[in-house]
Design a protein around this ligand. Structure first.
Ligand code: KIV
Length: 260
């Protein structure tokens, strides 16, 4: 298992792209999961707004608030040592204007101690990314399948499946890179498109359902560990903690009931 020796930073991520060193990103939502991710050699912890779906029982990320994100990101920061911590700005907290995005990002950075914020959107968010970046905020962009737009997409569907749609995503990647994003998440797009994007921009690409050629990979904690009831088709479970946990609790419950 690789241990991370130095604190990951935005410059480490950029330099590592040039040196072809792949990064490992994982979501986490509380102090113990951040500590375990850290001990396992994860470079970057994302406090994703997937929080809403995997931990808070919502059926999309839309109901997640800035207060939810601040509460959980502060807990993650308390559990990390060297990992870079990124907080998702939730739906409605940044889309209105660059100024609104700055206000939300400043609140998150001041109240949690995290290192960067992530926002969804490509070309149309480039001005906001530039606004934040020019004011010293590290921004991770997120394009392709952007879950906060699930109602517009009509479900969690693969994006960029025809040449026109692929070109839009390629343009989005170039726009967020030129605007000053530090990295870009590519979610659920064809592998060859992710490869082309990775080769054509200077910032690291972080793939989820985007093939093996991205500079980094990210998974959601619950999907990786087999805690989710059902994983997305592109998210492999490397363990089955759901069964382990129910068997463990069930064993204890049997012992209680039998007076043991
Ligand atoms: O919210 C989240 O966990 C994410 C990752 C899936 C990239 O945005």
């Amino acid at each position: 298992m690789t241990q991370i020796k130095k604190r990951t930073t935005a410059s480490t991520l950029l330099a590592d792209k040039q040196n072809h060193r792949k990064h490992v990103w994982l979501t986490a939502y509380d102090t113990p999961s951040a500590t375990l991710a850290e001990l396992s050699g994860v470079d970057v912890i994302l406090v994703g707004d997937s929080l809403g779906m995997v931990s808070l029982g919502f059926d999309s990320t839309i109901p997640v608030t800035l207060e939810h994100m601040i509460h959980h990101t502060a807990a993650v920061v308390r559990g990390r040592d060297k990992a870079w911590v990124v907080c998702d700005l939730p739906f409605g907290s940044y889309q209105q204007s660059p100024e609104q995005a700055f206000e939300s990002a400043a609140k998150v950075l001041q109240q949690t101690g995290c290192d960067a914020v992530k926002i969804e959107g490509g070309k149309h968010m480039a001005a906001t990314i530039a606004f934040l970046s020019e004011r010293g905020i590290a921004v991770v962009a997120h394009i392709g399948l952007t879950p906060q737009s699930v109602k517009k997409f009509g479900g969690f569907k693969k994006q960029g499946g025809n040449p026109e749609a692929a070109q839009v995503i390629l343009n989005d990647a170039q726009a967020v890179s030129n605007a000053g994003a530090v990295a870009v998440v590519l979610e659920c797009i064809p592998d060859d498109l992710a490869k082309e994007i990775t080769q054509s921009i200077t910032i690291p690409t972080v793939g989820i359902g985007a093939g093996k050629d991205c500079d980094a990979q990210i998974l959601v904690w619950h999907d990786l560990l087999g805690l989710s009831e059902k994983n997305p088709p592109f998210a492999p479970a490397y363990s089955n903690l759901r069964d382990t946990i129910t068997q463990t609790i069930g064993q204890w419950a049997d012992d209680v009931r039998s007076g043991k």
